[in-house]
Write a protein that binds this ligand. Structure first.
Ligand SMILES: Nc1ncnc2c1ncn2[C@@H]1O[C@H](COP(=O)(O)OP(=O)(O)OP(=O)(O)O)[C@@H](O)[C@H]1O
Ligand SMILES: [Mg+2]
Length: 272
């Protein structure tokens, strides 16, 4: 069901990828210290692919996502998006190609759920009936249409994260970037939202880069899991998850073979 590949094997070249990170290095410098966090990371993603990134705390997962989505510059390396290659960082106009969801929802407290979804459209000056319809379509997709007039403090943690996912998708980005989006939720809500995210992906077929510290979530949701490790050059290991879509149901979580793979990957992460 799950195949473990050695490090750095991609079965397709970056020029055929929808989105690629090429030899990305990132060093944080202060007057006194220099910390090399990413040392030559390569990652190529196909259009519509769901890729998870796992790795120990502090190994650079968020840093990599920020570089991927154009909100931080790399020290060296390139980012290839569709047919264009950019050195070190994506230009501002490419930010529209991305939607972000973080661990904490970042909703604006003074705006209702619906008006939070409207915000990116206002910033990007996307107006008109088509975009109004898109807000309702996304509220429906995440099951919040009845709660659209609620303020964030009136919503549960799960509802706020659903709203964040809808907000990240509202301007119709090509790539959805999620950085531990369920990290602040309780275990039961977390599982429910994982299946909802799977459903959102099946409906929208967005290309997804998903960081999680939960191995079960990574194996359940993605077609490929990339393992980052401290101080290692590049992706430490890539794992192809050959589970057919129709088998990715709550029943899968109780299957011996799935539990074994979760334990194996957990063991690998603990050893890093
Ligand atoms: N702006 C910054 N300035 C200096 N160092 C930074 C900065 N951002 C991140 N770092 C350092 O880079 C390293 C990687 O941080 P990062 O947040 O990418 O880790 P992570 O893998 O996302 O961890 P976690 O799983 O805990 O979220 C850490 O040592 C962190 O202290
Ligand atoms: Mg992080």
């Amino acid at each position: 069901m799950v195949t473990l590949f050695p490090a750095q094997i991609n079965d397709f070249p970056p020029e055929n990828a929808f989105f690629s990170l090429l030899d990305i290095c990132k060093t944080f410098r202060t007057k006194k210290t220099e910390t090399a966090v990413l040392r030559g990371v390569n990652l190529s993603v196909r259009e519509h692919e769901f890729v998870s990134i796992v790795g120990p705390s502090g190994c650079g997962k968020s840093t990599l996502l920020k570089i991927a989505g154009g909100i931080m510059s790399a020290t060296s390396g390139s980012i290839r998006l569709k047919d264009e290659t950019f050195f070190k960082y994506l230009p501002k106009e490419k930010l529209r190609d991305f939607g972000f969801v973080f661990q904490h929802d970042n909703l604006f407290a003074w705006r209702t759920c619906e008006k939070n979804l409207r915000l990116p459209l206002e910033v990007m000056k996307l107006k008109g009936p088509k975009w109004d319809a898109r807000i309702y379509e996304l509220l429906r997709l995440v099951g919040l249409e009845k709660y659209r007039t609620m303020y964030p403090h009136e919503m549960s943690g799960g509802m706020r994260q659903r709203a964040s996912i809808a907000r990240a998708l509202v301007h119709n980005p090509s790539i959805l970037i999620l950085d531990q989006p369920f990290g602040a939720l309780d275990a039961i809500t977390r599982r429910i939202l994982a299946f909802e995210l799977l459903n959102i992906w099946k409906t929208t077929r967005k290309t997804i880069l998903f960081v999680t510290n939960n191995v079960e979530e990574a194996l359940l949701l993605s077609g490929r899991v990339c393992v980052l490790a401290h101080g290692h050059s590049g992706i430490f290991r890539e794992i192809a998850v050959d589970i057919p879509e129709e088998e990715r149901t709550p029943d899968l979580l109780g299957k011996d073979s799935f539990i074994r793979h979760v334990e194996e990957l957990d063991g690998l992460l603990r050893s890093l």
